[in-house]
Design a protein around this ligand. Structure first.
Ligand code: GLU
Length: 478
């Protein structure tokens, strides 16, 4: 059996919104689960709002998320071009077909005329909903005036469709008007270009945000007028702010890129988004492969959800903690740009040794990179306060003694190092904190770090002793 053909059809007027990423994800999961095709189509017919930078930003975000596409920009495919601005001939042909079959007509009513009719209606009844009165419906002349093309909507009965999430949706035709298909400048409107492309690209399932469900009856009418099969339809619940309005950047970070910069892994983002509208029992944490295996429209709910930044952060943390969710190899690859941003070109072997020390604590890759920083520098960057408080002349004899105690350890392993350290502290009648903090600052430059002996192990004998010597110089004022 041939798998489903699904698409993600962004309008490139900004960045990839996390709500859009969720739509892309559900489509991608469906294609991957059933060996189908995931197609990207750029809906850029609104020339004023579309930009090539935005196309780039959206594609970069999809690539980073690992939502690879089988057809579309960059990869091409049998239905090229995948930019609607380059497909205008197809829409023009389709419109001629509809006019020819009596399903559409040219409307010469000017904006002023329609505005006046609307105002007259509102004057009679302020609550009345203005609908195009059908003035040009049966017109056969072709005056030399600008025109739009309108669809001749049925006036009786209802337009029904079956939605994989919302079930049967029935809309009385009397509530529809003769909607516009083509603007006076010849540009197609969304409903027309969307239907023509979904049909020509062989899309079998159209899944998109519920905010488009109001367009769907019109699209279904178009399919029927063309004599084409209506694809399967799935509308996805909306992502709302904590207050219940449409989620925007006034409420939270909404661009995928911001989560990337914050140091969330792509799979953590996918995990949080998957749970947005889809569920599998009460399981919260999923591997990417698990999502592919389990995803089903049947488990997509109808209720809109509230975007929860704290929960998102917890999911991101969980992914960094668990080797099962983020392998050492992936962790190393994803943290690299953060370390590079701090001027560090991490040695891969050292990085893989150091990772287990931060894994249980770092909530983001940015935090992890910061926590690992000292491992990779020739000498750790000394925190000013830490230096003043702990690398003092009083600490010098302790640091000197420690250099010997640790340096003479027969084996550079956690257990003997710790034992020698403790025995020495006891024999000198010292308190742990008198020496542990100066030692920590000597090795890491800061007062908070992973366990001291773990750090020593990763640094190795030579670097540990070198750093102790450096700290002795600093503490002696040299
Ligand atoms: N370009 C539309 C949007 O970005 C796509 C809607 C659809 O998937 O049909 O909302």
């Amino acid at each position: 059996m041939v798998g489903p053909r699904v698409r993600f059809a962004p309008s490139p007027s900004g960045y990839l919104h996390i709500g859009g990423a969720r739509t892309a994800l559900f489509n991608w999961l469906w294609a991957r689960r059933h060996g189908g095709k995931f197609i990207i189509r750029i809906e850029d017919t609104d020339q004023d709002r579309s930009s090539i930078e935005s196309v780039r930003a959206i594609l970069d975000a999809l690539e980073w998320l690992g939502l690879d596409w089988d057809e579309g920009p960059e990869v091409g495919g049998p239905h090229e071009p995948y930019f609607q601005s380059e497909r205008r001939d197809a829409y023009a042909r389709a419109v001629e077909t509809l006019i020819g079959s009596g399903h559409a007509y040219r409307c010469y009513c000017s904006k002023e005329e329609l505005d006046a009719a609307r105002a007259a209606l509102k004057a009679k009844d302020a609550k009345a909903q203005f609908r195009y009165p059908g003035t040009c419906r049966d017109r056969t002349d072709r005056p030399d005036k600008p025109f739009v093309v309108r669809f001749k909507s049925p006036t009786e009965g209802a337009t029904d469709f079956s939605d994989l999430v919302f079930g049967t949706v029935s809309t009385p035709n009397a509530s529809q008007q003769d909607f516009v298909l083509v603007r006076p400048n010849g540009y197609p409107l969304y409903n027309l270009s969307c239907v023509v492309d979904d049909h020509e690209m062989g899309i079998t399932t159209v899944a998109r945000g519920r905010d488009h469900i109001g367009n769907t009856p019109q699209q279904v009418m178009l399919y029927r007028a063309f004599g084409w099969d209506v694809p399967e339809l799935a509308h996805l619940p909306m992502m709302l702010s904590a207050k219940g309005d449409k989620l925007s950047k006034r409420h939270a970070a909404v661009s995928v890129r911001e989560y990337r910069e914050r140091g969330y892994t792509p799979n953590a983002v996918l995990n949080y988004l998957a749970r947005f509208g889809w569920s599998y029992g009460d399981q919260e944490i999923f591997e990417k492969a698990e999502l592919v295996e389990l995803f089903d429209w049947k488990r997509v709910g109808k209720s809109d959800g509230k975007f929860d930044e704290n929960k998102f952060a917890d999911v991101a943390f969980e992914h960094l903690k668990e080797e099962r969710l983020t392998s050492a190899e992936h962790y190393a690859a994803w943290i690299a740009p953060f370390l590079e941003g701090a001027g560090i070109r991490p040695d891969r072997e050292l990085l893989e040794k150091a990772l287990p020390l931060v894994r249980p604590r770092a909530r983001t890759l940015a935090e992890a990179a910061n926590a690992l920083d000292f491992f990779f520098r020739e000498t750790p960057e000394l925190d000013d306060k830490a230096k003043k408080k702990f690398l003092t002349p009083e600490a010098v004899p302790y640091l000197q003694a420690l250099r010997t105690v640790l340096g003479d350890s027969p084996a550079w392993e956690e257990e003997p190092l710790e034992r020698r350290f403790r025995e020495w502290v006891e024999s000198e009648g010292l308190k742990m904190k008198q020496v542990a903090q100066p030692l920590r600052v000597a090795l890491t430059g800061r007062t908070a770090s992973p366990g001291l002996f773990e750090v020593m192990l990763v640094l190795g004998r030579d670097k540990t002793l070198e750093r102790l010597e450096g700290a002795i110089r600093v503490a002696s004022g040299g």
